[in-house]
Design a protein around this ligand. Structure first.
Ligand SMILES: [Zn+2]
Length: 415
């Protein structure tokens, strides 16, 4: 392949993925707007017209803003690659630092910083305009700034040593470097998952053991019934950033924790909480989390092998606007342009994820009650202003969870 051919291929993939994303967003916004006037029959008794219209307006606002972000991100990517952004940064970093290893770290860290700064206005608008307009944002500007600084520090403390190790291995280990890099990345990822609940998450939130005795004993009984061992059930002060509610599992092995957002506890009663937790336990029972982990690790091995091949070809660099090949440029270019080429596989991932959601729902219906899970889901749709009427294609492409109507119908069949 020549550099020109690869540039053309990249441009074609980028433009078509942007067009598909914009087309899906337009369809979605139009579909939601067309169904704004009437609550779907299945939700007649549980969702008011006012709540339905608020969800529609929120969805349309988010979708429109997402279209802007799609266009802006594509322009940034073009500026960094064919526009010569990475080329200039690479020349700067190698003229400042004589060690190729340190120059490589500076190139990638510099681009990361620049990208963060250039996308910051969009994060600000999303949080303080859109989320705030619909009453979801509870974060102060001060908290936003400290969050950003903490994340930056964390990225430096954890990311820079990893980057240094990866670039060193790429230079020192010969043609088979990708196996070594994969092993180091694997170890790093597992370590991160292990320390996340105890060392990282507490930097941003407070975690307290679940206090309510009645709810607590019911949850412990459910855990025992399902044969699930964990190092505790915690409540997180999610309400200091947003009024969206959630529940999640975190950690590895015996360090596993169950975390409820305080916002969820406020809105759901004990029966509904139990059903939501049973759904999450369903993901564990069906080994969804393990499957996803193994799949991610295998994918990464394949990707690093591919990077090993591409990094030896001069058309790969020149085709993306970089004149001097280097390991750092190879790593950077590869992971920057990868999403453009993997975009069309998105629906496959979404499809598998939706199948897992149905399985977890069925588990919850069997362990607790389908009616209670339905009642919890309806409250969650309402309180999070999630649309009940998504566009079919948009949902097929992106949604990790089944559309509200289908999901509830499936639960009602089980109940
Ligand atoms: Zn789920």
């Amino acid at each position: 392949m020549s550099a020109h051919q690869f540039s053309a291929l990249f441009l074609f993939a980028l433009i078509s993925s942007v067009l598909v994303q914009l087309w899906l967003a337009l369809r979605h916004a139009n579909h939601v707007r067309r169904h704004r006037a009437r609550v779907p029959d299945a939700f007649r008794d549980s969702i008011t017209l006012e709540a339905h219209q608020r969800a529609a307006d929120y969805t349309v606002a988010k979708t429109r803003f997402g279209m802007l972000v799609t266009i802006y991100d594509a322009m940034l990517l073009l500026a960094f690659t064919l526009g010569g952004g990475i080329e200039v940064l690479q020349q700067l970093s190698s003229s400042w630092l004589s060690s190729p290893l340190l120059a490589g770290v500076a190139l990638i860290a510099g681009l990361g910083l620049l990208h963060g700064l250039l996308t910051l206005p969009f994060t600000l608008v999303s949080t303080f305009r859109i989320e705030a307009r619909f009453g979801f944002n509870t974060m102060t500007l001060r908290l936003f700034v400290t969050d950003q600084l903490k994340s930056l520090l964390l990225a430096a403390v954890l990311g820079l040593p990893l980057l240094l190790a990866v670039l060193w291995l790429m230079q020192a280990m010969g043609e088979r470097w990708w196996i070594w890099v994969w092993l180091v990345w694997l170890g790093f990822s597992l370590l991160l998952m292990w320390i996340f609940p105890t060392f990282i998450a507490p930097l941003f939130n407070k975690f307290e053991p679940l206090p309510d005795d009645a709810l607590r004993s019911r949850i412990e009984a459910l855990l025992a019934r399902c044969g699930f061992r964990s190092s505790g059930i915690f409540v997180m002060d999610g309400s200091k950033r947003s009024s969206h509610g959630n529940a999640y599992f975190t950690g590895l092995g015996s360090a596993k924790r169950i975390v409820f957002f305080d916002t969820l506890l406020k809105h759901l009663d004990a029966d509904e909480m139990e059903a939501v937790l049973a759904h999450e336990l369903g993901h564990f029972k069906h080994r969804h989390i393990l499957q996803r982990l193994v799949w991610t690790f295998a994918m990464m091995l394949g990707l690093l092998w591919l990077l090993g091949l591409l990094s030896r070809e001069s058309w790969f660099y020149e085709g993306l606007g970089v004149s001097t090949p280097s390991t750092a440029a190879a790593l950077l270019l590869f992971f920057l342009v990868l999403p453009v080429f993997t975009f069309l596989f998105g629906p496959l991932g979404s499809f598998l994820s939706r199948r897992h959601e149905y399985q977890a729902d069925a588990y919850a219906a069997q362990q607790t009650s389908a009616a209670m899970l339905v009642s919890a889901l309806v409250k969650l749709y309402r309180d999070n202003a999630a649309t009940l009427t998504p566009d079919r294609w948009h949902s097929m492409f992106y949604d990790s969870h089944p559309p509200a109507a289908l999901r509830i119908a499936a639960l009602q069949r089980l109940g």
